[in-house]
Design a binder for this molecule. Structure first.
Ligand SMILES: O=c1[nH]c(=O)c2[nH]c(=O)[nH]c2[nH]1
Length: 301
């Protein structure tokens, strides 16, 4: 009985690349998940461990970032073709490339006005389409008795491509984070808000849409010095605008976007190409309430 090597392929899966292009202050975002898989003359790496034919998966990942900078990410089909052709055309040992790209869509956050901002917020503030879920939690001891209503949402994914700084923090012996005065701020908002009363005098639908818009506008319009500050401003905005709501609780993961070092490839990176890391992530949680908020009873349970 002979044992032979069957079909095989290898590559870097799920490179999360975010490309920001800046057009006279108007930002555009392309957010993609790129998986490369190559095949070709790979017998020896399997049979004897000779890596001479191997283009590293690390180089494949770097190519994704470098091409995002060099060519931008237009239509994902074109981006995928450019990458696939490059791998096969540039390496004699690579005979076939499979490139799969997923694109996450972002809409601009519409804001009423942002006169205090140099850049209009809607030019660099985005909400990811199609991911959020609306939630409701009520308690009742019978019609009108000890009733509570909590409304909310999960997975409202938002991103500011500028307008966020982070510095001035503790620098202990384990601190390596570099201070920044310009970073991407992105989070997936989970927010729940407690209604002052269960009386549907407030139309819950209208109240929900207005509260959601408050969260979005405050996220977009806050020049952020920390995600904690942004969280507080978002809660405040809801409470200022919506008297029917007396408390807002939020959980906001800091979806880190790291600037990719493109210097080894002779390119600068002025906050244009990011690696969107999924874990670990900072998790910022907090509540904001009015000082006349009634007893919550079982509202949050
Ligand atoms: O907005 C932030 N808040 C933090 O507490 C924190 N910590 C960190 O590493 N980055 C950030 N960003």
């Amino acid at each position: 009985m002979a044992i032979v090597l069957g079909p095989n392929r290898y590559g870097k899966a799920e490179t999360r690349v975010v490309r920001v292009t800046k057009d006279a202050g108007v930002h555009h975002v392309k957010d993609c998940n790129v998986s490369v898989s190559l095949s070709g003359d790979m017998d020896q790496v399997h049979l004897s461990g000779d890596n001479a034919a191997v283009l590293t998966t690390d180089a494949q990942k770097n190519t994704v970032f470098a091409f995002a900078k060099k060519y931008g990410i237009g239509e994902i089909e074109e981006f995928a073709l450019t990458l696939a052709r490059h791998f096969v055309d540039s390496q004699p040992t690579i005979r076939h490339a499979r490139v799969e790209v997923e694109e996450y869509g972002w809409d601009r956050i519409p804001v009423q006005e942002a006169p205090h901002l140099g850049l209009r917020a809607e030019q660099h503030s985005f909400v990811r389409n199609g991911s959020e879920v609306r939630t409701a939690l009520v308690h009742s001891d019978g019609s009108g008795a000890d009733e509570s209503v909590v409304s909310g949402l999960t997975d409202l994914v938002v991103l500011n491509s500028t307008g966020s700084e982070f510095h001035g923090y503790i620098e202990d012996e384990y601190t390596t984070l570099q201070p920044t005065d310009d970073r991407v701020l992105a989070t997936a908002v989970t927010a729940r808000w407690r209604h002052r009363s269960a009386e549907a005098a407030t139309a819950f639908g209208r109240s929900y849409r207005a509260a959601r818009q408050c969260l979005l506008e405050a996220f977009a319009e806050t020049h952020s010095l920390s995600l904690q500050q942004t969280l507080y401003q978002m809660g405040r905005r809801v409470l200022n605008e919506r008297r029917e709501i007396c408390e807002v609780r939020m959980a906001m993961p800091n979806k880190h976007h790291f600037v990719v070092d493109l210097e080894p490839f002779g390119m600068d990176n002025d906050n244009e190409v990011f690696y969107a890391a999924d874990r670990p992530y900072g998790l910022i949680e907090g509540s904001v309430l009015t000082d006349d908020a009634p007893d919550p009873l079982f509202a949050w349970e």
